[in-house]
Design a protein around this ligand. Sequence first.
Ligand code: FAD
Length: 324
Amino acid sequence: MAGVLIFADQKEGKFRKVIFEMLGEGRKLADHLGEELQAVLMGQNVEEYATVLGEAGADKVFVIDDPLLANYTTDGFANALVKLISTENPSIVLFPNNAVGKDLAPAVAQKLNAGQASDVIAIEYDNGLRFKRPIYAGKAFAHVSFTSNRTMIVTIRPKAFEAATPQPGKQPAIVRYASELDASSLRQIVKDVVRKASGRVELTEADIVVSGGRGMKSAENFKILEELADVLGAAVGASRAAVDEGWREPQYQVGQTGKVVSPTLYIACGISGAIQHLAGMSSSKYIVAINKDPEAEIFKVADYGIVADLFEVVPVLTEEFKKA
Ligand code: FAD
């Protein structure tokens, strides 16, 4: 076995921050195992993006360029990746624990008959590799080790690891791979993929998240959170109650069945703090809660609590941050 392989998910050459975090921890893993740090780029006309991965520490970049990979499909990406992994036999493959990684990693693990550790937040290097992951909605941690000698498949939680130290000018070795995909056996996107434009930072990558719950009372009232978020350069999230009411779209839901966020600052407005919501945000560095109920569970995890009507407090915060 040879290599620590990073699945370098990208959209039109833009890499999520988590890819650089995977390269940072990947470097440690590679040094620990005495192996090469590798990355794989998949898509159409993607080779030019390899330099970015080299400058973030990758020794080698595998490029699988194919029009059939222009848009993500589970079977296309999984089949091409399994072929690469079966040939190169890396010790470990890291995927981001985002929408693509959560879909792709288990498909790859199943095809390779390999084990998987999901949503990993730390790697322990003493006494064999162990992978720490939250379980029971973040109430406990499991320390997972692999017992087979097959490739280890691991998904990495965004913002849990330090990003790679940049190495300007470092050129990775490039190895081109043919995908050998058979178009007739693949599901394909027959219409265009339309991406909704949003000027806002992505929820899982944001340093500050402002979230609203049922206490927001209507979709229109989220405007005051948008205004606060604009001043702070933050993303706007929501509890499931707010999503179920139709006030925010499902991709903005934070929690057990939504996204997991670990920003530096999480501001919860009108959110009670149900365990399923905490599962998605309790690893935030600082938590501020605004709730008019002093008994609300959210105050148990909050670093700063404001017992007040959010409709009075949020506009004041926005005005004060504008002055700062
Ligand atoms: P509520 O619990 O109704 O709380 C509203 C809060 O707003 C109250 O504390 C109230 O005091 C406060 N409030 C009201 N008006 C004001 C005001 N004017 N000013 C200040 N405060 C005010 N939930 C998630 O969020 N994410 C998930 O991923 C998720 N997954 C789930 C999965 C399962 C299997 C299940 C069973 C549930 C899941 N839930 C999830 C739902 C979860 O249990 C709660 O129902 C939900 O989080 C409650 O949302 P909320 O806090 O916005 O609403």
